[in-house]
Design a protein around this ligand. Structure first.
Ligand code: IPE
Ligand code: IPE
Ligand code: MG
Length: 236
C-alpha cells in the first residue's frame, strides 16, 4: 500500500460517539444532572443532522451503558423519560430524512414503556436509505461478545465455525462496517465497554468539550483530525 493510500482523506463511513459530560455540564451551572441530559439531547440532534448532511452513513451513539444501571433511580427514571420524549419528537424527522434507527443492546431489560417506543421507532424508520443511526442502549461490549458466543453454541456451531466472520455476524452491529472514528467528549480517555470488538482499528479522538456543548464545529475538528491520521492496519 502506498503512503498516499494510507491517508484517509475521505470522510469516515462510520462515526461512533461516547457522549460524556452531561452531569458535569449541569453541575458547573448549578443545575441538576438531568438538566445536562436534556441539553445533551440537543447535541444529539445537531450531530445527527450534520452527519446526515455530510453523508456519514453510520452514526453510533452511546446512550446508556449496561453499567449505567448503577446510577440513582431518579436519574435512571429521568433518562428513560427523556429517551421516550426524544424518540417521540425525532422519529418523524428521521423518517423524513431517510434515517434508519437501530438499537444496539439488551432491549429485554429496559422498562416496558421504553421497549415499546423503541420497537415502534425501529419499525417506523426501517428502510431509510441515507444513514443508519444506532443508539447503544443498555449496551456493554463484553456482554455483546458473550451473547454472540451463546448464539453460536445455540446454533450447534463446531470449532471450525467459530471465527471472526461468524462472531461479528452475531454482534448487534452485524452487517454494518466497523467505526472509522470514535469520538469521546467530556475529557476521559477510555472506552467504558463500548464497541470493544468493532473498534479494533478505529481512530480514537478525545475532546474535553462536554457533550451538551458539542456542536457542528466540534464535529468538523474531529473529522479534520481523523483525516490527518495514517491508518496502517498493521502494514507499513
Ligand atoms: C453521559 O454523561 C450520559 C450518560 C452516561 C447517560 P454523564 O451523565 O456520564 O456525565 P458526567 O460524566 O457525569 O459528567
Ligand atoms: C459512558 O459514559 C456511557 C455513556 C456515555 C452512555 P460513563 O460516564 O458511563 O463512563 P465512565 O463511568 O466515566 O467510564
Ligand atoms: Mg460520564
Amino acid at each position: 500500500m502506498s503512503e498516499q493510500e494510507n491517508v484517509p482523506d475521505k470522510l469516515p463511513t462510520h462515526i461512533a460517539v461516547i457522549m460524556d459530560g452531561n452531569g458535569r455540564w449541569a453541575e458547573a451551572k448549578g443545575l441538576p444532572r438531568t438538566a445536562g441530559h436534556r441539553a445533551g439531547a440537543e447535541a444529539v440532534r445537531a450531530v445527527t443532522t450534520e452527519c446526515r448532511a455530510l453523508g456519514i452513513r453510520h452514526l453510533t451513539l452511546y446512550t446508556f451503558s449496561s453499567e449505567n444501571w448503577g446510577r440513582p433511580v431518579t436519574e435512571l427514571r429521568e433518562l428513560f423519560s427523556l429517551l421516550r420524549e426524544f424518540l417521540g419528537r425525532e422519529v418523524p424527522l428521521m423518517k423524513e430524512k431517510n434515517i434508519t434507527l437501530k438499537v444496539l443492546g439488551e432491549l429485554a431489560d429496559l422498562p416496558p414503556s421504553v421497549r415499546q417506543i423503541v420497537k415502534q421507532s425501529i419499525k417506523r424508520t426501517a428502510g431509510g436509505t441515507e444513514m443508519t443511526l444506532n443508539l447503544a442502549l443498555n449496551y456493554g461490549g463484553r456482554a455483546e461478545l458473550a451473547r454472540a458466543a451463546r448464539a453460536l453454541l445455540r446454533e450447534g456451531a463446531s470449532q471450525e465455525d467459530v471465527n471472526e466472520e461468524s462472531l461479528s455476524a452475531r454482534l448487534y452491529t452485524a452487517g454494518q462496517p466497523d467505526p472509522d472514528l470514535l469520538i469521546r467528549t467530556g475529557g476521559e480517555q477510555r472506552l467504558s465497554n463500548y464497541l470493544l470488538y468493532q473498534c479494533a482499528y478505529t481512530e480514537l479522538y478525545f475532546t474535553p468539550v462536554l457533550w451538551p456543548d458539542f456542536r457542528e464545529q466540534d464535529l468538523y475538528l474531529a473529522i479534520t483530525a481523523y483525516k490527518a491520521r495514517s491508518r496502517r492496519f498493521g502494514k507499513i
